[in-house]
Design a protein around this ligand. Structure first.
Ligand code: GRF
Length: 213
């Protein structure tokens, strides 16, 4: 564990409820900047309301994805992050970007990976008739939605669920597990071992959380 708060940069594209959950969880971190590819992202307003530097880097002004990602990575580096948190960042990142932040880049995905990588996860879960759904925090690797898993939470799928009701149940769990994963990272407790992440000093492994709800 570092003697100072862990410096975190958050990337987001939308309302930023996961960012908010992290910012309000009393973690041993300092969110040193929030960056969005969408200037109108609600998460930027929330950052400003807390006095956190909020930076919009509009991807539409930079049609070349690789070039945009270099700008984005340079902006992030300026804030000297120990950790970069993707919190609803809705763009695929280039391999070069991911390499630059290897081992300090976390993402949250609204499914129990490796099931349902990509978009429309709740709708697809309902189409497949799964009985259990959930969310995953993982380290980011070049393969989309497929890095070493830090923590997952499961929720039941109910007979009358719609994509919206299921999304709301999963989001509640996202707000629980993302702060937890960031805390573990900040405390230096995440140990990677052959594609798996183990939690230091936790023989019983708490990194699967079930709501039972
Ligand atoms: C969350 O469901 C997250 O899992 C997904 O995008 C959504 C972002 O929500 N990647 P918010 O902006 O954090 O409210």
């Amino acid at each position: 564990m570092l003697a100072r708060p862990v410096r975190v940069v958050v990337l987001l594209s939308g309302r930023g409820s996961n960012f908010r959950a992290i910012a309000e969880a009393g973690l041993p971190i300092e969110v040193v900047a929030v960056v969005s590819n969408r200037p109108d992202a609600g998460g930027l307003d929330y950052a400003r309301s807390r006095g956190i530097p909020a930076i919009a880097l509009d991807h539409k002004a930079h049609p070349d994805r690789e070039a945009y990602d270099v700008l984005l990575a340079d902006e992030i580096e300026r804030h000297r992050p120990d950790l970069v948190v993707l919190a609803g960042y809705m763009r695929i990142l280039s391999t070069a970007f991911i390499a630059r932040f290897e081992d300090r880049l976390l993402n949250i995905h609204p499914s129990l990976l490796p099931s349902f990588p990509g978009l429309r996860t709740h709708e697809r879960a309902l189409d497949e008739g799964v009985k259990v759904h959930g969310c995953t925090v993982h380290f980011v690797t070049p393969q989309l939605d497929h890095g070493p898993i830090v923590v997952q939470a499961a929720v039941p799928v109910r007979a009358d669920d719609t994509p919206q009701t299921l999304a709301a149940r999963v989001l509640e769990q996202e707000h629980r597990i993302y702060p937890l994963a960031v805390r573990w990272f900040a405390e230096g407790r995440l140990v990677k071992n052959h594609g798996r992440v183990n939690l230091k000093d936790d023989p019983a492994s708490q990194s699967v959380l079930s709501t039972g709800a």
